[in-house]
Write a new protein. Structure first.
Length: 119
């Protein structure tokens, strides 16, 4: 059993986005390195997958490069991989480059759950 217990002051930010594609293809875009590199990160950033082992306990590390040439790494661990329904990962190292004004850098771990639904 995996324990996803976090502090009570943690924010939960639900986001919903519709993609016109089969759930399997969208799921794969999250776990296949050359597909991740095509879309991951803010506008005008490039992403290079340094490591991506999409299994429970597997790690990921992405180098994200800003238009200025500055780069940083975002990394974490997969907690659940249930293709094509659900992907859960914990980000331990955040890339905090080019944050909008008055935005605080993310310093704590973030738990992300992505649910894929077909119609």
């Amino acid at each position: 059993m995996i324990d996803f217990t976090y502090q009570k002051d943690v924010r939960i930010e639900p986001i919903s986005y519709t993609v016109r594609a089969m759930p399997e293809k969208v799921f794969d875009a999250w776990i296949i390195p050359n597909m991740v590199e095509k879309w991951w990160g803010p506008d005008d950033f490039t992403t290079r997958v340094l490591n991506l082992t999409a299994k429970v306990g597997g790690c990921f590390a992405f180098e994200m490069t800003a238009p200025s040439g500055s780069s940083c790494v975002m990394s974490g661990v997969y907690r659940s991989v249930d293709r094509p329904k659900r992907l859960v990962f914990e980000v331990h190292e955040h890339c905090n480059l080019n944050l909008p004004n008055n935005t605080k850098p993310q310093e704590n771990a973030s738990l992300v759950e992505v649910v894929f639904r077909g119609s």
